[in-house]
Design a protein around this ligand. Structure first.
Ligand SMILES: C[S@@+](CC[C@H](N)C(=O)[O-])C[C@H]1O[C@@H](n2cnc3c(N)ncnc32)[C@H](O)[C@@H]1O
Length: 344
């Protein structure tokens, strides 16, 4: 009788199965981070290590449940538990503090908000139809919905500023802005990038352009920029402020499908002064399967907004339709690049 060989899957398959199981429960990392952020655990550890029981008393939590939550996060280097059962901050836990420069606390609260969770829950529909899941969950497209919900708008604006702000100084440093001219920050949100550009270049003036509610409390409002900027509300799908020399388009195009992305670029093309430039600032994920933060953002944009991340060739196709052509791509010290385009 033939002995049918039993495939010896062995350790490699066990590791693969463990990997898949961990990915399957991956949403729990997100939920655990949100809980730690809500309870301000990182702030409570700023002065030194503390036990879960001690933290729980302050935070109004159940001691045993909190210990299990923190042990889980510590398994991915967010917090560390010592032999005496005290939890410590780690490099990955530091940006969860609310009181540090570069705090990611608002970004954690944004990306774990129901705005994005309910969009992710509809990912299957998005992949089947190619359409964003957000409108079915919230009754309107993303930015139209934000106009009706002030709390969600605030969560989004502060979260975006925290998420994208840490790279702004690197963008301002990477691009050779001239001594004089006007920079328009298109869909600039709270204006962190415009602030960094104006602070670095005292001869430049700027316009922060976005939907009205995003323009409250702009970050560009700081002593070093006084008298050199203004805000202008409007709809970039229709037009953007005229006469600028540089149009910054940062983390905007991935929110939109190709036709609308072309409308935004064409608005810039029509408005720009002779010799003007469009600077698209985004993560440009490399080809291939290496992990890159832009790949997760791409899927999130697909589910929430119907947008997409684009590689240089895909951007070129949009530029061509908008009457622009790419001139160069400048990497920055952050995870974004600056893609420069001029009139074609
Ligand atoms: C993902 S955020 C990027 C914000 C900022 N540029 C940054 O890097 O943090 C996209 C911005 O586009 C703005 N926006 C969306 N639709 C718009 C429209 N039709 N006209 C003008 N701005 C719009 C949003 O209000 C939001 O501030």
């Amino acid at each position: 009788m033939d002995a049918t060989p039993t495939p010896d899957h062995g350790a490699a398959d066990a590791a693969a199965a463990a990997h898949l199981k961990e990915l399957t429960l991956g949403h729990l990392y997100s939920a655990a981070l949100r809980t730690a952020a809500e309870l301000r655990i990182a702030d409570r550890l700023a002065d030194g290590p503390r036990t879960a029981a001690d933290l729980a008393r302050d935070a109004g939590a159940d001691a045993s449940a909190l210990r299990r939550l923190l042990r889980y996060l510590a398994s991915r280097e967010v917090f560390r538990e010592d032999d005496a059962g005290a939890f410590h901050l780690t490099p990955a836990a530091q940006p969860l503090r609310t009181d540090v420069p570069g705090s990611l606390h608002p970004a954690v609260m944004m990306f774990t908000d129901e705005l994005f969770l309910r969009s992710s829950a509809g990912l299957g529909d998005t992949v089947r139809t190619g359409k964003p899941a957000f409108p079915a969950a919230f009754g309107a497209p993303f930015f139209e919905y934000l106009a009706t919900d002030a709390a969600a708008r605030e969560t989004f604006d502060t979260g975006m500023a925290a998420f994208s702000g840490p790279g702004d100084a690197a963008v301002a440093a990477a691009y050779p802005f001239p001594a004089h001219g006007t920079v328009v920050d298109v869909g600039g949100g709270r204006g962190g990038l415009l602030r960094e550009v104006l602070l670095r270049h005292p001869g430049l003036t700027g316009v922060l352009f976005d939907q009205e509610p995003a323009l409250r409390e702009p970050l560009v409002d700081t002593p070093g920029t006084a008298g050199r900027w203004r805000t202008q509300p409007g709809d970039f799908l229709a037009s953007v402020p005229d006469g600028g020399d540089y149009y910054l388009v940062k983390h905007v195009l991935p929110d939109w499908d190709d036709d609308n992305a072309v409308r935004i670029l064409a608005s810039c093309r029509r408005a720009m002064a002779p010799g003007g430039r469009v600077l698209v600032v985004d993560a440009v994920p490399p080809r291939g399967n290496a992990p890159h933060p832009g790949k997760a953002v791409d899927v999130m944009m697909m589910a929430a907004l119907g947008g997409k991340g684009r590689d240089p060739q895909e951007l070129d196709a949009l530029f061509a339709r908008a009457g622009l052509r790419r001139t160069r791509i400048l990497p920055t010290d952050g995870f974004v690049s600056v893609v420069e385009a001029v009139a074609s």
